[in-house]
Design a protein around this ligand. Sequence first.
Ligand SMILES: Nc1ncnc2c1ncn2[C@@H]1O[C@H](COP(=O)(O)OP(=O)(O)OP(=O)(O)O)[C@@H](O)[C@H]1O
Ligand SMILES: [Mg+2]
Length: 359
Amino acid sequence: MAEVLLSQVQKRFGAVQVIHGIDLHIHDGEFVALVGPSGCGKSTLLRMIAGLETVTHGRIHIGGRDVTDLDPKDRDIAMVFQNYALYPHMTVAANMGFSLEHRGRPKAEIAERVRWAADILGLAQLLDRYPRQLSGGQRQRVAMGRAIVRNPQVFLFDEPLSNLDAKLRIVMRGEIKGLHQRLKTTTVYVTHDQVEAMTMADRIVVLNAGKVEQAGSPLDLFDRPANQFVAGFIGSPAMNFIRGRCTSDGFETAGARVPIAPAALMQEWREVILGIRPEHFEISTASEGVATQVLLVEPLGSETQLTLQLGDTQVIALFHERLTVAPGDMLHVRPKPGAVHMFEPATGIRMESRPLIPS
Ligand SMILES: Nc1ncnc2c1ncn2[C@@H]1O[C@H](COP(=O)(O)OP(=O)(O)OP(=O)(O)O)[C@@H](O)[C@H]1O
Ligand SMILES: [Mg+2]
């Protein structure tokens, strides 16, 4: 069993507390993505799991063992960094075999493990090359090869794809996910890219300022964000937020009234923040929708992204079709049924909708 258990983990650098008591249970074989804005403590948390950073308070267990005070080399983990950190004077094969050699494994075993990893990663033809003779994607693969040859209990990735161009990132994303499906090694993957987290992870942990905002499956977080922070962080383009209040038949914001199915409404006259994802607007008739003015039209080929003035608020709306609209046009839109979120203005916490008339 190689589950990873964090109990009340805290980290202080001098007087500055950057991780505030995190509890997290990562299951054996699970792929967990840690996401959050820059500086929220993702790398620090990962480095504590790896043993590259001391733990100020709390305990870390890997595979049932308390590793809090163990050296990185004794934790049976392998870490892949953003900058690969390959040895430039060593061939691909030597880079991949280095950690096994360092541990004094027999030459035949090293050669066999390197060949096995090279086959999995499509590096078999490149074993005699030096890092400078490789493309970015190939270097990234070597860095992963170096991690998998040891067959560790846990893989730790810190933004491994951020140095690659957008296209290659998508290819490598698929490769890492495929690798996890084959090896089923427990994986903790740090990224600030929520799309990467959504597409790769079994479970996403959203961090903000050293605290867990929410942990759940990608679709859980997308469909039922626990608060405004998670709602704004997961999903691209980001969710729109409109401040206003519920009325008996809709939602009123400065300068506009948004029609919403009664079932989604809160207690009448309650102040709320309404959340609508860009793809959850639909074009409607004048009587059923809210009038908006088109500010910006961005055709994306298969989709059209519009910036709309809705009352006092600017919102982004994404339509999976080509629209013939131009800046200045008036457009009536409404939220799709069941697709709105409500958050409490003071705390940003999700509000559960209750039918106005209890059944
Ligand atoms: N060695 C250190 N000494 C002092 N402060 C540090 C140290 N390492 C990190 N920090 C601080 O801890 C906080 C968290 O940093 P961390 O690198 O974990 O963030 P991150 O979420 O990985 O950000 P990014 O997405 O930019 O990589 C930051 O405010 C950072 O300045
Ligand atoms: Mg980082």
